[in-house]
Design a protein around this ligand. Structure first.
Ligand SMILES: [Fe+2]
Length: 377
């Protein structure tokens, strides 16, 4: 169930009633709390006759520690449903809460390739970024507090019951967050389309999403109050989510998660750091698929030669990073010693996530290490 469009936020109480929720727990973060929005949502829900509490200790790159704390709040409060409100971190946290409430055990027990036996309680997802697409995907990524590993967890049990997608919630997003979350969406669309798991259903969503994001992300970045660009980005982010949830992500995401886990680079930003170089590495293994991307995004004309089309595509991705002011890991302030010290571990974790195996060109651990070296500066 998807409610989409400006003002759809107001429909949340009636949606919760349709789903027979009586005592939802709102899962959100401290930043949104400081903006007053979760309290507004809580009041709306309570005025509709439902009891409702807020868990606001969600952290970015959600950890097992934060999820376990939220599970205790959910159980002690006798809640029957979840309303995640925020960026991908809040939605991913709520997915993990639902999974542990229904199945017990620890997040680690359900890491890919393990299966999740039972679906959790009703979960309504309300994204405030455009975006991770998490509101329409069957994935969550949780960092193990014990060893800093970003664990990919997958299964139909994680798919939210409903999503309320209101672009007006994104109007106040700062430029950096707009760029990073928008590039995450672009990466979802491109990776879904070139993935070894690509299929015609996902292709349609991926192509539409990448065309829109390529056009509209710079507009939203430079003009935060542009309603048309914000609305287009919000829709495209959800379409990109549907695309990769039904296909997959690939090497960029596989390599991006360890960068987030070890150095707390925001997810979309670490994707951006990797996207041009990883595309350059992969492009000859699926030239027709990447050429489709270049044409639909308006980077190459149909008459351009195949070589020119692919060269232009990689060049355009580098140029876009420059426009969106994406730093290298070095410029971001990561310790050089630490970066090169953990290279083998990052490469091993990237491979273990399974995402690189969906890439058009499946890399070895040594090739992944080499790509990390390439993007360092
Ligand atoms: Fe992503």
């Amino acid at each position: 169930m998807i409610k989409i469009g400006g003002g759809s936020f107001a429909e949340i109480p009636s949606l919760l009633k349709q789903l027979f929720c009586q005592h939802p727990l709102i899962v959100t973060d401290a930043f949104l709390m400081s903006q007053g929005l979760p309290t507004r949502l809580q009041n709306m829900v309570q005025q509709s006759g439902m009891d409702c509490a807020i868990f606001s200790e969600t952290v970015s790159d959600p950890t097992t520690e934060a999820v376990d704390a939220a599970v205790r709040v959910f159980q002690a409060g006798g809640h029957d449903s979840l309303v995640s409100f925020g960026g991908g971190s809040s939605i991913d946290t709520a997915k993990a809460i639902g999974m542990l409430v229904a199945n017990s055990g620890r997040c680690r027990d359900y890491k890919v390739p393990n299966l999740i036996p039972k679906a959790g309680p009703v979960h309504v997802a309300i994204p405030t970024t455009a975006g991770t697409g998490s509101e329409v995907t069957r994935f969550t990524v949780i960092t193990d507090s014990a060893n800093d590993e970003k664990m990919l967890i997958a299964g139909g049990a994680l798919l939210p019951s409903a999503a309320v997608i209101d672009y007006e919630l994104t109007l106040s997003m700062p430029a950096r967050l707009t760029a990073d979350t928008g590039t995450d969406s672009l990466t979802h669309a491109i990776e879904a389309y070139v993935s070894r798991k690509a299929n015609r259903f996902a292709d349609a969503f991926a192509l539409t999403a990448m065309k829109t994001i390529w056009e509209q992300l710079p507009v939203a970045f430079h003009e935060p109050g542009n309603h048309g660009a914000r609305e287009a980005m919000m829709l495209a982010a959800t379409q990109a989510g549907i695309a990769f949830s039904n296909s997959s992500v690939a090497l960029v995401h596989g390599m991006s998660r360890p960068l987030g886990a070890f150095f707390h680079v925001p997810h979309g930003l670490s994707n951006a750091m990797l996207l041009p170089a990883v595309t350059g590495f992969s492009i000859q293994s699926a030239p027709h698929r990447y050429a489709d991307c270049a044409r639909v995004m308006g980077i190459a004309a149909p008459a351009d030669s195949p070589i020119k089309t692919l060269d232009r595509f990689v060049e355009a991705l580098f140029n876009r990073n420059a426009e969106l002011q994406v730093p290298s890991p070095k410029k971001y302030g990561i310790s050089e010693d630490r970066f090169f010290e953990v290279l083998p571990t990052m490469a091993a974790q990237a491979l273990a996530s399974g995402s690189p195996q969906n890439n058009p060109r499946v890399p070895t651990a040594a090739e992944i290490e080499q790509l990390y070296r390439e993007i360092w500066n």
